[in-house]
Design a protein around this ligand. Structure first.
Ligand SMILES: Nc1ncnc2c1ncn2[C@@H]1O[C@H](COP(=O)(O)OP(=O)(O)OP(=O)(O)O)[C@@H](O)[C@H]1O
Ligand SMILES: [Mg+2]
Length: 254
């Protein structure tokens, strides 16, 4: 049975796509079979984070009901599989967001874990990604606007009887003006499953089009993404084996 997780936030730009590419990579490194899906159909970014922007068949084709979702699955060199969304501005024509749930359910049994990157906001697109999953990870930054939007998202999820696995607080710098973890916990009333620090390795890795868990496996953010992967797997912390020299060469990572 596959676990289908949607990564949602309410507020835009808080780190959903970063989480999807890195959590997917970390789970794969730990031996899970993973499919990551770019469920952000209007402003897709996941394939840009992964360095493979052009595909002949995408999620859009599956949402147009003219392709089975399996034909939009591609192997990424990290070992995970990816279902990209089309970057073309014409691609929205004829797509039916209500089909997302049914299309993605076509993957059940073909992977241990399916992770959906959702659009920002609480519009139809984000709701389609929420409905397609059983479990949700909510991403926020430690500031009031992000946490307020996360709260709205959590309320909608709970009303829809979705399982909120927890909140990932991303870009934590530990500065005085930030909301404290206690304040966030009190406001959201769901477990905080990960605190990902502000880390320059993240934008650098995006520029290199390689998830940070590959680009800088020992960076502060990478360690947190790997801890979260193990938490989701229900396993205690363990280090990932160091890559072989030829793998490091292939990924252009240290
Ligand atoms: N832990 C981090 N440290 C530093 N920068 C980060 C971190 N996480 C994300 N960022 C930066 O924040 C920006 C937004 O990240 P990302 O695209 O993952 O957000 P998003 O929630 O998917 O955005 P959108 O709502 O537009 O889809 C990126 O430029 C990324 O480099
Ligand atoms: Mg995104």
């Amino acid at each position: 049975m596959s676990k289908i997780i949607s990564v949602i936030s309410g507020k835009g730009g808080v780190g959903k796509t970063t989480l999807v590419s890195n959590l997917g990579s970390a789970l794969t490194k730990h031996g899970k079979s993973v499919v990551v899906i770019d469920g952000n159909v209007t402003t897709p970014n996941l394939s840009l984070h992964l360095g493979i922007p052009f595909y002949p068949v995408t999620l859009h084709d599956a949402l147009r009901n003219n392709m089975p979702i399996e034909s939009a699955v591609y192997n990424h060199h990290s070992g995970m599989r990816v279902i990209p969304a089309s970057l073309s501005i014409d691609s929205m024509e004829g797509i039916d967001l209500d089909r997302m749930d049914e299309a993605i359910s076509g993957l059940i049994g073909s992977a241990d874990i399916v992770i959906i990157d959702s659009a920002a906001g609480l519009g139809k697109e984000a709701m389609a990604a929420m409905n397609a999953a059983d479990d949700l990870l909510i991403v926020t930054n430690p500031d009031l606007p992000s946490v307020t939007d996360a709260l709205k998202t959590i309320k909608i999820a709970q009303n829809s009887r979705k399982n909120v696995m927890g909140v990932v607080v991303n870009r934590v710098r530990g500065l005085k003006h930030e909301m404290s973890i206690e304040e966030i916990k009190m406001m959201l009333e769901v477990p905080i499953v990960s605190l990902v620090p502000e880390d320059l390795s993240v934008p650098k890795s995006i520029a290199r089009k390689v998830p940070v868990v590959h680009h800088k496996p020992k960076s502060k953010s990478s360690v947190e993404f790997q801890k979260l992967a193990l938490k989701i797997m229900g396993e205690p912390w363990r280090k990932i084996e160091k890559r072989a020299w030829w793998e490091r060469l292939f990924f252009w990572t240290d």
